[in-house]
Design a protein around this ligand. Structure first.
Ligand code: ITT
Length: 224
């Protein structure tokens, strides 16, 4: 039986969201805050996929338990995909949201193609290496100035045409329904019975296969 899954974050908001969504499944969702100090993993991958997997595997290995991690960010078409994996530190290490937004608006000055998307990847890994991956994407446009004060990060400059508002003008329920993270999480929840079976099968395997990306490109249940 899989009794515990660790969420590889200390962000209390993310923890509450996962615990709430997975509350009806027979598993306890813990977070890093429930354990002693463990080192921070460096998010130096070149894709959201790499970083989510790196965080999940690092935590799974460190604690000897299955772990879930997510990585997300903003991808702007006219900037060749920037800020991408650098979203949190676009204006520099420890940059505040408003600094990142200011830099983005500067880079976008005079640019007419305002298309952008938020992307999120969730990785669920076991200590021996294999992992499942889930993705969510939400398309919108970069505004010319910030609007709204809900949410976080780039929400005030991310215009969502379907609602005719920026993400920072939406309630959290409205945002979760359509957001990149909401979509990826929705897929995890929809398949969570299968996920638990998959984790159980991986955990009773005694041999530890090497980490292998091909195992989490597509979630393939065929061998279970
Ligand atoms: P962890 O500690 O869990 O890693 P984090 O704040 O670094 O939390 P992410 O790596 O998932 O979160 O997100 C990276 C950045 O991408 C984040 O700091 C924001 O600038 C941006 N971002 C991600 N999701 C966003 C959202 O829903 N709205 C606005 N900005 C978002």
């Amino acid at each position: 039986m899989v009794n515990i899954i660790v969420l590889a974050t200390r962000n209390a908001g993310k923890v509450r969201e996962f615990q709430q969504l997975l509350k009806d499944f027979p598993v306890e969702i813990k977070s890093l805050s429930d354990f002693g100090p463990i080192p921070e993993v460096e998010e130096d991958g070149s894709t959201f996929d790499d970083n989510a997997y790196k965080k999940a595997l690092f935590t799974a290995k460190a604690l000897g338990l299955p772990a879930i991690a997510d990585d997300s960010g903003l991808v702007v078409e006219a900037l060749g995909g920037a800020p991408g994996v650098l979203s949190a530190r676009y204006a520099g290490k420890n940059a505040a949201d408003k600094d990142n937004i200011a830099k983005l608006l500067r880079e976008m000055e005079g640019v007419s193609d305002r298309r952008a998307a938020f992307e999120c990847v969730i990785s669920i890994a076991v200590p021996s290496g294999p992992a499942l991956t889930y993705e969510g994407r939400c398309e919108g446009q970069i505004t010319r100035e910030p609007k709204g004060d809900a949410g976080f990060g780039y929400d005030p400059v991310f215009f969502f045409p379907e609602y005719n508002r920026t993400f920072a003008e939406l309630s959290s329920e409205e945002k979760n329904r359509v957001s990149h993270r909401g979509k990826a999480l929705g897929e995890v929840v929809a398949e969570f019975d299968k996920v638990l079976k998959w984790l159980h099968a991986r955990l009773i395997e005694t041999k530890s296969p090497k980490p292998d990306h091909s195992q989490f490109e597509h979630n393939d249940w065929s061998e279970d």
